[in-house]
Design a protein around this ligand. Structure first.
Ligand code: ZN
Ligand code: ZN
Length: 360
């Protein structure tokens, strides 16, 4: 792991130098973990040209940080991490303006010397994190497999007649029992008209037969997340209008997924699904972006949306998840997780996409 961390620190320092930064201060916990391998809750890192690799944590992590970072980082123990790290900063120092609070920034600005210029530089680590190496892809693939297996097991216990909350809890417990560290986000289980809320919270309400049920879930495993959505029939007849919405979303999802490859813009891929859904008269019912990157966090770069300026690169891991939400009627979302390659995708999700009805 430490070779990986030295290489990442070097690449990050090079990236910072492109923005004419002498040093980059990394404060976000997930960024620090990606960079250094440190899994504790209190730590920050500084990288810079000439092989600067400083890591600061507090006394509680003395032993853990020694084990996880070895000798590749200059390790320092302090009570006030920011005040401590301020000593020894020089020149143009990038900081994560998406992570530091106004209060923390003020404390840092107070503590640095006169020769330091603090420069907002949030997003630099995220840029590198968006391109996964083989080990990261393997972890995301394992998280996805676990999540897929867990869902299959939960579906054997049926949907109709159970409450949304019961199914969501069952899914969470099943993933944990199978070895997940946790969920990558609380599962969404939303039947009928409730499915028309893209971020519906599971209710203590029985799932009826004869409708659709959106399930959006993911597992956290080995520090990496998965994310997938399927929409199921809940038994008996599915209303033909609902089935039509389902088919529209399925085709939009498959066409957008087929458009994903390195070099294509996040906006272009979004447009493939969006144009198709709009042409079917449901443009106003698809109110979110097509997808997002997934890695150590369930929402990270790149973005696939109307406002995205991301260009996809080989090694990105992204979701493709169009949805149609008809208020008061029904919601359908289908989401796959895929690795971007030079000529297409390596789809991690294994579950079928034809409308499937869960009886029982
Ligand atoms: Zn999702
Ligand atoms: Zn998602």
């Amino acid at each position: 792991m430490t070779e990986v961390s030295v290489a990442r620190a070097r690449r990050l320092a090079e990236r910072a130098a492109q923005d004419e930064l002498d040093l980059l201060l990394v404060t976000g916990a997930v960024d620090v973990r990606w960079l250094t391998g440190f899994t504790g809750s209190s730590g920050l890192a500084v990288v810079g040209s000439g092989g600067v690799r400083r890591f600061v944590t507090d006394f509680r992590y003395l032993v853990q940080s020694a084990e996880q970072l070895g000798d590749d980082w200059e390790r320092e123990i302090a009570q006030e991490l920011l005040a401590h790290v301020a000593q020894g900063l020089h020149g143009r120092v990038g900081f994560d303006d998406g992570d530091l609070s106004v209060k923390q920034h003020a404390a840092l600005a107070d503590a640095v010397g006169d020769d330091v210029e603090l420069v907002p530089a949030g997003g630099l680590v995220g840029e590198l994190r968006a391109v996964k190496d083989a080990d990261e892809v393997a972890r995301i693939r394992a998280a996805t497999r676990l999540a897929d297996r867990a869902l299959e097991e939960v579906l054997e216990r049926g949907l109709a007649g159970r409450t949304e909350r019961d199914v969501a809890l069952d899914l969470e417990m099943t993933m944990r029992r199978m070895g997940a560290e946790g969920v990558s986000f609380p599962p969404i289980v939303a039947a009928g008209a409730h499915g028309a809320l893209p971020h519906a919270e599971p209710r203590d309400v029985e799932i009826p037969r004869g409708t659709l049920c959106v399930i959006d879930w993911g597992a956290q495993l080995d520090g990496y997340a998965s994310d997938c959505t399927r929409t199921f029939g809940t038994g008996g007849e599915v209303d033909p209008r609902d089935a039509e919405v389902y088919e529209l979303v399925r085709v939009a999802q498959e066409q957008a997924l087929a458009a994903v490859r390195a070099g294509v813009g996040g906006r272009e891929v979004d447009a493939v699904a969006r144009d198709l859904i709009a042409a079917a008269g449901h443009g106003e019912h698809f109110g979110h972006g097509l997808g997002h990157g997934v890695g150590a966090e369930v929402h990270e770069g790149p973005r696939l949306s109307q406002r995205s300026d991301s260009v996809l690169a080989a090694g990105n891991v992204v979701t493709v998840e169009p949805g149609v939400y008809v208020p008061g009627a029904v919601g359908v979302r289908i989401e796959d997780l895929a690795v971007v390659t030079d000529d297409g995708t390596d789809v991690l999700t294994s579950l079928p996409k034809r409308l499937r009805t869960i009886d029982g």
